[in-house]
Design a protein around this ligand. Structure first.
Ligand code: ADP
Ligand code: MG
Length: 328
């Protein structure tokens, strides 16, 4: 499986939003939410995307599905370029790429029954006759652990965890190859989170799904990801296979994130300074390394020059001037 070509290949992707500084300002500036991001995900694997709130994770996830238009860059899905693809061709591909939302409360239409919610994407893409669609919806909900009598009920009659299962059933109804899961657990109780993680892991194995899994909880990322990308202020600052990232984090930002998260594996427990302060505004990124104002290890060069994402080990990239371990 690992030798296969990537299902999704993103290169130099940049996305900005028009914003006004202050309510009275007429001048429109561009806020770069995603700035020159490059990564790929192989079939059946999961790239975990982690970083503090506002660093651009959702924008990146949506841009990869072309739900937000990028300023520049390339998105190849199964070998086809999505940037600039005509609407018709994009619609046909859209079935194969789905989004699981963060908020199982806001993302399900309260006026639709569960059967209608899960069946809608099948109807939209014209997949199967009504009776076949109904059978597929029933089978999917059974797979998600939702009882049969739920079909004619409405979203408000369910708990948060059940609603997220309904949202997942809806995303998977059209048998996608690629799924962007945007913080699918953060609105759920901790006790429910593990159930949903296990459900997603089972589905991935069973269906061979490829995931871009966005989370700010590193324990979840460690559990579900093949590879991890750490984002800071619109850029990927470290990327590595999951075991490498958790045992040998290179970037001081990754180290600080790990120090702030409770370790699940005692071998990974480490004593480091937790993350202090707030990320700077994407409208006013600091010169040099964007992390330098918060970095306990910053030195002169970091204030002047921005480090490029470069190799610090096998399949391990980091955007930091500090020497890789063992080479200093
Ligand atoms: P995350 O998902 O990591 O929290 P987002 O992608 O939601 O980050 O946001 C990245 C940056 O883009 C933030 O500075 C946010 O305020 C800004 N942003 C997000 N959506 C919009 C929008 N529609 N218009 C203007 N700015 C936006
Ligand atoms: Mg987000």
């Amino acid at each position: 499986m690992t030798s296969e070509a990537p299902l999704i290949e993103v290169s130099d992707l940049t996305v900005s939003y028009p914003v006004r500084r202050g309510v009275l300002s007429r001048a429109v500036e561009r806020l770069k939410a995603v700035d020159g991001v490059t990564f790929s995900v192989r079939r059946g694997e999961t790239l975990g995307l982690v970083g503090e709130s506002g660093c651009g994770k959702s924008t990146l996830g949506r841009a990869v599905l072309r739900l937000v238009e990028p300023d520049r860059g390339s998105i190849r899905f199964d070998g086809r370029e999505l940037v600039g693809l005509a609407a018709g061709a994009m619609r046909a591909l859209r079935r194969r790429m789905q989004l699981i939302f963060q908020d199982p409360y806001g993302s399900l239409d309260p006026r639709m029954t569960v059967a209608e919610i899960v069946g809608e994407p099948l109807a939209v893409h014209g997949l199967g006759r009504r009776s076949e669609r109904n059978r597929r919806v029933e089978a999917l909900l059974a797979q998600m652990g939702i009882e049969r009598d739920a079909l004619r009920r409405y979203p408000h009659e369910f708990s948060g965890g059940q609603r997220q299962r309904i949202g997942i059933a809806r995303a998977l109804a059209v048998r996608p190859d690629f799924v962007v899961a945007d913080e699918p657990l953060s609105a759920l109780d901790v006790s429910i989170q593990a159930q949903i993680v296990n459900l997603l892991a089972d589905l991935q194995r069973g269906l061979g799904l490829t995931f871009l899994f966005i989370a700010h909880d590193l324990r979840v990322i460690e559990h579900v990801s093949t590879e991890v990308a750490v984002m800071y202020l619109g850029r990927i600052v470290e990327r590595a296979p999951t075991a490498t990232l958790f045992s040998r984090p290179h970037h001081p930002y990754t180290q600080a994130l790990l120090a702030s998260a409770p370790a699940t594996d005692p071998r990974h427990r480490r004593v480091r300074a937790p993350l202090g302060g707030e990320p700077p505004s994407a409208l006013d990124p600091p010169p040099g390394c964007p992390f330098h104002p918060r970095c306990p290890q910053a030195f002169d060069r970091c204030r002047l020059e921005r480090p490029a994402l470069a190799s610090v080990g096998a399949q391990h990239l980091s955007a930091c001037f500090l020497a890789p371990p063992g080479t200093a």
